[in-house]
Design a protein around this ligand. Structure first.
Ligand code: ZN
Length: 266
């Protein structure tokens, strides 16, 4: 599933292609998830933003189109409408003749159109924690947020409440980098500060490498991200820890496979 660095990579590539373009036609697969794509015909794109794992396309008429890529969603440009294959669930024709397509094999993606900033119909977006690379994310704030719950720290990170945008890859990476056991329920102030720094570091590194590709994720240009080679923990079960040499292990934590080091994440 695309996490913050993957969605941010797509956003950065999308912005110059989409900004100030008028949407001349639009279509969506006839399901509740994709049909709202049609509602933006005639609108002009005034911003291409991101919040957590959501892409937010600001429109000149005071509305926003909110896209979530789900498990396998990807955005791609086609030279012209109509859609290039049967996995295109929604598409938008632009006034420069090109078409933006939402390609989604498994259909966990979603398109919504809302008045700007009104997310009460998208509770997972309305309840997101602070942006991890923004000024609203602080070590003290993270510590306070983690203390509000007794759930395991990995589960809390995946909930998007203490901080937005982390999924399985970057939660495991940040916990490894800060030396915190993912099953821990009580985090000290010093651990929260280390975790705060680690989250920023792993996300900035991943954005620099245009995200992590295992299977499905592609950038807007159709290529994979290069961050896989730079992961220290996720996907390295059975390999030696780069910090202490112990063999990295995997186990489910609240049903999510979690990789960690038994040596330095006690
Ligand atoms: Zn280790």
């Amino acid at each position: 599933m695309p996490e913050l660095p993957e969605v941010e990579t797509i956003r950065r590539q999308l912005e110059p292609r989409l900004l100030r373009r008028r949407i001349t036609e639009a279509a969506g697969h006839p399901s509740e998830k994709f049909l709202p794509a049609r509602e933006v015909t005639g609108a002009t794109v005034e911003g291409v933003d991101r919040r957590g794992k959501y892409l937010i396309i600001a429109l000149g008429d005071g509305r926003e189109m909110v896209l979530h890529l789900g498990m396998t969603g990807r955005l791609q440009f086609a030279a012209a409408a109509p859609p290039s294959d049967r996995y295109v669930r929604a598409w938008w024709g632009l006034d420069d003749g090109a078409a933006l397509e939402l390609h989604d094999v498994r259909r966990f993606g979603r398109v919504r159109v809302v008045p700007a900033g009104c997310y009460d119909t998208i509770p997972t977006l309305a309840q997101l924690g602070p942006e991890p690379l923004g000024e609203g994310f602080s070590p003290e704030g993270l510590w306070a947020a983690l203390r509000r719950s007794r759930r395991k720290v990995k589960t809390q990170l995946l909930s998007q409440r203490p901080v937005a945008g982390l999924g399985n890859i970057y939660a495991d990476e940040a916990l490894w980098r800060s030396g915190i056991n993912p099953a821990k329920r009580r985090i000290t102030r010093a651990e929260a500060a280390a975790l705060h720094a680690a989250i920023g570091d792993v996300l900035r590194q991943a954005i620099f490498h245009r995200g992590t590709t295992f299977r499905d994720y592609r950038t807007l240009l159709g290529s994979g991200g290069d961050n896989f080679a730079h992961l220290d923990c996720y996907g390295r079960r059975g390999e030696p820890c780069r910090r202490c040499g112990c063999e990295l292990r995997s186990r489910p934590i609240d049903a999510r496979t979690t990789t960690y080091c038994p040596g330095c994440q006690r």
